[in-house]
Design a protein around this ligand. Structure first.
Ligand code: FE2
Ligand code: FE2
Length: 143
C-alpha cells in the first residue's frame, strides 16, 4: 500500500557495495551495518501501528549506539595517522550524533516525520560515507 507512495525514498540504495570500500575491512563492515539499519528504518517508515513505531524506535536507538562505536573507531584511526581533515570530520560526526539524538527524542514523543528522517539518513550515511569518509580513504585504509 503506502510502499508505492514512498518510492522516492525507497529508491535510495542502502546496500553496501565494493565501490564504497575505504580499504579497511573493519570500517567497511561497520558502514555496511549502518546502511542495513538505514534500510530497516526506511522499510518501517510507513508503519503506523504501535509495533511499527516501537520497531522504528529500536532501529534508531541501535543506530545511535552503533554510530558512536563506529565514529570512535574511525576517529582513532584518523588521529593516529594525523589526517589533515580530522577536525572537520569530527565536527561532521558530532553534528550527526546531535541530529540522531534529536530524532530519537522526537520519536519518543511520537511526532517524528519518518519520510523526512529517511531522507536525512540517506543524506547523512550515504553522503558521509561516499563523501567525507572516502576523502579520508588514504588514512582509513588498512596498511
Ligand atoms: Fe564512517
Ligand atoms: Fe566518518
Amino acid at each position: 500500500m503506502g510502499r508505492n507512495s514512498l518510492a522516492h525514498t525507497r529508491d535510495i540504495k542502502y546496500e553496501w557495495c565494493e565501490s564504497y570500500s575505504v580499504g579497511n575491512p573493519i570500517i567497511d563492515r561497520q558502514h555496511a551495518k549502518l546502511l542495513t539499519l538505514c534500510a530497516e528504518a526506511v522499510q518501517c517508515e510507513d508503519a503506523s501501528s504501535s509495533d511499527g513505531r516501537e520497531k522504528f524506535h529500536t532501529i534508531l536507538h541501535e543506530m545511535a549506539v552503533y554510530a558512536k562505536e563506529h565514529f570512535a573507531a574511525e576517529e582513532a584511526l584518523l588521529r593516529t595517522r594525523n589526517c589533515p581533515m580530522l577536525s572537520g570530520h569530527l565536527d561532521e560526526h558530532t553534528h550527526f550524533q546531535i541530529a540522531l539524538s534529536d530524532l530519537l527524542f522526537s520519536a519518543m514523543q511520537g511526532n517524528l516525520d519518518r519520510v523526512r528522517l529517511s531522507q536525512h539518513l540517506s543524506e547523512w550515511w550515504v553522503g558521509h560515507i561516499l563523501g567525507s569518509d572516502m576523502a579520508c580513504k588514504l588514512y582509513l585504509a588498512d596498511m
